[in-house]
Structure formats: C-alpha cells, structure tokens
Design a protein around this ligand. Structure first.
Ligand SMILES: Nc1ncnc2c1ncn2[C@@H]1O[C@H](COP(=O)(O)OP(=O)(O)O)[C@@H](O)[C@H]1O
Ligand SMILES: O=C(CO)[C@@H](O)[C@H](O)COP(=O)(O)O
Length: 536
C-alpha cells in the first residue's frame, strides 16, 4: 500500500527513456514535481555487451545495431536501483516511456507466451533470453539500407509520393527499410518473427507482459504509416515485406492506456495491480511533451543525435525533414530535422582539442570571437542525414578549403557550424525567427551554457531550458499522467498546467545577429558544395 496516500503528492507517474546511450527514468508526483530520477549507462554499467556509445558499428561502417537483451538487462538494473533507493513503487498510478526512434525489435514465435508467463522470481534478462529472432536490433544510426530506400520510393511512385503518404521520403534508418533489409538478408529470422516492435513499443510490451501497440507519433518514423489516416499504408507494406501488417499489429493514439502493468512488477517490485501503462512513443515526441512546446517555439535537442523540432498545425511534407503525428494533440503534427553528427562529434573534437574536458571546451568557446574570424567548418564524421554528405570540411574566411585549424578555432568552427546547419534547414522548412521566438534546448549538451550561448547567437533568440535535461523522460511521466484523463477530453496542456516553466538560460550577444546573418548565407553555399562533392 502506498505510504504517501494522503496528500496531493500521493501518486507517482513514471517516465522511462530507452535512448541511444542509456536508460533513464524520472518519477513525478501528482503536482508534477520530480521526486526521483536515475539512469543506467549501457557502455559502463553493462560492459558485457561491449557497446560504444550504446551501439555496435559493424565492419561495413554502415550497419549499426544494439543488443536487444542489453535494453532488457538495463531495465532489470534500473528497477533494482530504484528498489535499493527505497523508491515506493506502490504509489505509481501510471507509467509511460519513450525510445530512440526508428530502431526495431523482432520477437520470436512464442515470445508472447514468455511475456505472459513472466516469473517474478527471475530477472527479465533471464526470462526473455530466447524471445528474440534478431539479437542485434538495427538502430537509428544505421545507414545500410540505401537499396531498400530506392525500391520503396520506386514502388510508391517516387520520393514526393512517399512524402505525401508517410511524411518523409525514404530514409535508411526508418524502420520499414530496416525490416525490408532483414526480410531480404535473413529470411529465416523474418519467418521466425511473430511481432515487430519499435524500441518504444518493445519497452511498453515488457511492462505490459503482452505486445504493446505502436503509437501514431513514433509510427510516423517508419515509412510505413499514412500520417493523415494514421493507419498502415497498403502500398508501403507491400513494398517492404510479406505478411507485415500481422507482425506490426494496429497503431493507437499516443495517449492510449494500453493496459495494466504485468503481475510480474506487482509481485517483484510492489507496483499496484491497477497501475496503467500508457503507450510509449519516440524520444523526440517525448521531448516535445516534456518541454511543453508551444506553437512558435523551436526545440533543439542535443543528445547523441542533434534534432530540431517544431509544433505545426498544417503540415506540408517535403523531401527534406520529417513530419510526425503530434504525440500530445491528435489534430496537430510535429516537424523534425535530425543530425547524426551531434554529441559524438563534439566529444571527438573535445578529446582532440580540449584535453577531454568539457570545462576546457567551454573556456575556448567563451574566449574566442563570435563568427570565428570567418573560419567555418562542416564536421560530418559519419554520413549525415541532412545534408546526405560525409567528411570534415574547413574553410578560411576567404572560402579557401584548409586541412586544419588551430585547436581553438576548431572548437568554435564545429559548434557554430552545427548550429548554422540547424538554422539553415529549419528556415528551409519555412521556420521564421521572429521577435518572441523561444529556443527550447534539451539533451545532454544542453547542460553546457557556453554551447547554448552559441546556439542563442546563431538563432538570435533567447534559449530556455527545463530543470531535467532529459525532457523525453519527463515528457513520458507527464504523458503517463495525461493518459489517465485523456479519454475524458482533458488536453495535455490542462493536465500539465502545474508543471514548472522552462527557465531563461542565455540571451543573444549584442551584435551577433549581423555576424550570423552573413555567415548563414555563406554556410548555404558551402554546404551545397559539400553535398555536390559527396555525390560525385
Ligand atoms: N557538459 C557537457 N557539455 C557538452 N556535452 C555534454 C556535456 N555533458 C554531457 N554531454 C553530452 O551529452 C551526450 C548524451 O546526451 P543524452 O541526451 O543523455 O543522450 P541520449 O539520450 O541520446 O542517450 C553525451 O554523449 C555527451 O557528449
Ligand atoms: O533518428 C532520430 C530522430 O529521427 C534520433 O533522434 C533518435 O531518436 C535517437 O535519439 P537520441 O538517442 O539521440 O536522443
């Protein structure tokens, strides 16, 4: 029985985030105060899986996977951590979560029974050992499915036609193309698969003890769902793999209560028997919820990937960027741009130029000139998504290509280049920075004010943050709470009215606007050149 039953803080709502490098959890009370948070780092806390940054990069440098059992074991570990810390599971009224987008999990025939029969005397890791037809799940960093992308676009009538249906042209990391590759390269494994989940719906399934449906918002990142009817598109399914619909199940609104938590968690951890599991979603949709994004705001997530996203009412899907169903408002959408070369590239440059120290990296940002005296760089360690190009490209103020910069210029060129790319592509999507624009920052690197200062200067807008750097996790806790009242017509905004407001972190430096307006025009020309060079 929950020991805190008397106050308005009597109930807890849990949000989990299965992201690239770690599993995180946040608990909020009924007043939306954060009461607990912890995490499990895959590389350091589960070294037996030998991941680097949570993933395995295969010999072809294009295939990128994560062991599905690592995610299962991380859940065991996080729940044990909570138990050891004395977390009162009996107060949890609902839970939800998010997962890195696009990644897929292949449940082996018989796995549903294993999920139903979870023995509370054993760990999930022991119980689900034999439940996966594919042990290494393809993840969002994978770019090995170019052939499948071309086939899909050809089958439906070209890139724009696919965009009109699914909100995105064919992207290597999108789940449908990953499924098509598995069907082609490992037909036996595909045959053995009774259910395909996204990382998000896989995690929901483990909590439910039964297969959890894919929600509309994360389902939008598969190149399989019609984002207007919110159903699987027949032509995309047919072009991807046979008997796919039966393996995917049906899609549901993101606020759906999928069911009650499995008896396993009741017996092993003391969850109440009526604790609800609300549909899990993608980590970027989860962040939109956690930051309580409003129309007109622009969100920048600086996690393993860097993403930029916006709330939109009337989507106009284009061949650049993605349109997803909105996770908190059934009539709205979100636009998203994703950059693969985010934190991992910043870490590389930090290691090479700042002695592996974020403090030293920050000191350089603070003490170098805005605009880097015209020295610019485009740093694409791995094949980027937008633009589809690779390599490190540095230019002097005269636009002459150079092979290196001194360490201090390298750091500023990297960070300015990354944010110029975000502004350039957001503006191409139709986004306009107007007086009153707020940039909301989240993700691991949003804890670094000096990086945020560059973001603010490049966008010429104030940058706001929330207390919890992981907004996807927080958003999942908020969504868990909202899920309990959504059916009775309460909006997400109403349900989260009491949540703390985001805080102003930094404002643009006077004079930066002029510098970056000029650099933005130069950036556009340089990126175009890089793209042409890469496609040669
Ligand atoms: N002080 C800092 N300055 C810049 N980057 C940081 C800082 N602290 C953490 N990071 C970056 O945050 C990244 C992790 O971000 P996070 O949002 O937790 O990732 P994910 O959710 O994808 O697992 C790390 O790879 C690291 O580079
Ligand atoms: O592919 C995308 C979005 O389209 C990525 O943003 C993934 O969703 C991974 O997220 P992080 O682990 O970097 O937060």
């Amino acid at each position: 029985m929950c020991t805190a039953m008397a106050a308005s803080t009597d109930s807890f709502y849990l949000g989990f985030d299965f992201s690239t490098q770690q599993l995180k959890v946040v608990a909020v009370d009924g007043d939306l105060n954060v009461v607990y948070q912890t995490n499990v780092q895959f590389d350091s806390e589960l070294p037996e899986f030998r991941t680097h940054g949570g993933v395995h990069i295969h010999a072809d440098r294009l295939t990128v996977t994560s062991p599905v059992l690592m995610w299962v074991k991380a859940l065991d570990l996080v729940l044990e951590k909570m138990k050891s810390a004395g977390f009162d599971f009996s107060c949890v009224r609902a839970l939800s979560g998010s997962g890195q987008q696009h990644g897929s999990v292949y449940w082996k025939t018989g796995a549903h029974q294993a999920l139903r029969d979870l023995d509370p005397g054993k760990s999930l890791h022991e119980l689900l050992q034999e439940s996966f037809a594919v042990s290494d799940s393809p993840v969002w960093m994978d770019s090995s499915t170019t052939d499948q992308c071309q086939s899909l676009e050809a089958a439906v009538g070209g890139p724009q036609k696919l965009v009109d249906i699914t909100g995105s042209r064919a992207y290597e990391r999108f789940t449908g193309n990953q499924i098509a590759k598995i069907f082609k390269s490992s037909p036996n494994q595909y045959q053995e698969t009774e259910r395909i989940s996204l990382v998000s719906s896989f995690a929901a399934s483990v909590f439910l003890g039964s297969y959890g449906a894919i929600d509309y918002s994360d389902g939008s990142g598969m190149n399989l769902m019609d984002i207007f009817s919110k159903q699987w598109d027949e032509s995309c399914l047919l072009a991807t793999a046979p008997h796919l619909q039966e393996r995917l199940g049906t899609t549901v609104p993101s606020s759906t209560v999928l069911g009650l938590v499995s008896q396993y968690y009741v017996s092993r951890y003391g969850f109440p028997g009526d604790c609800k599991v609300v549909a899990f979603t993608g980590d970027n949709p989860g962040s939109l919820a956690g930051m309580r994004l409003q129309e007109g705001d622009i969100a920048v997530s600086l996690g393993t990937s860097d993403t930029v996203f916006l709330w939109i009412k009337e989507p106009r899907p284009a061949v650049e960027g993605h349109i997803f169903c909105n996770p908190v408002d059934g009539s709205a959408y979100m636009a998203l741009l994703c950059y693969k070369n985010g934190s991992l590239t910043r870490e590389r440059i930090r290691n090479e130029c700042a002695g592996e120290s974020w403090d030293a990296f920050s000191t350089v940002l603070k003490s170098t000139t805005i605009g880097n005296n015209g020295n610019m760089g485009i740093y694409l360690d791995s094949m980027e998504i937008t633009p589809a190009a690779v390599g490190v490209h540095r230019y002097s103020r005269e636009n002459v290509k150079v092979v290196s910069f001194p360490a201090r210029e390298e750091i500023r060129a990297l960070v300015e280049g990354q944010f110029l790319a975000k502004r350039y592509h957001a503006e191409k999507l139709g986004y306009k920075i107007i007086p009153g624009t707020r940039v909301l920052a989240t993700g691991g690197a949003s804890s670094n004010k000096d990086i945020l200062q560059v973001l603010s200067d490049v966008f010429n807008a104030p940058v706001y943050t929330i207390d919890v750097a992981n907004s996807a996790c927080l958003g999942s806790a908020y969504r868990a709470l909202h899920g309990l009242v959504a059916e009775s017509g309460v909006s997400f905004a109403e349900a989260t009215r009491k949540a703390p407001e985001s805080q102003l972190s930094v404002s643009p430096t006077p004079g930066a606007e002029k510098v970056f307006d000029a650099l933005l025009a130069r950036y556009a020309v340089l990126e175009d050149g890089v793209l042409r060079e890469s496609n040669r």
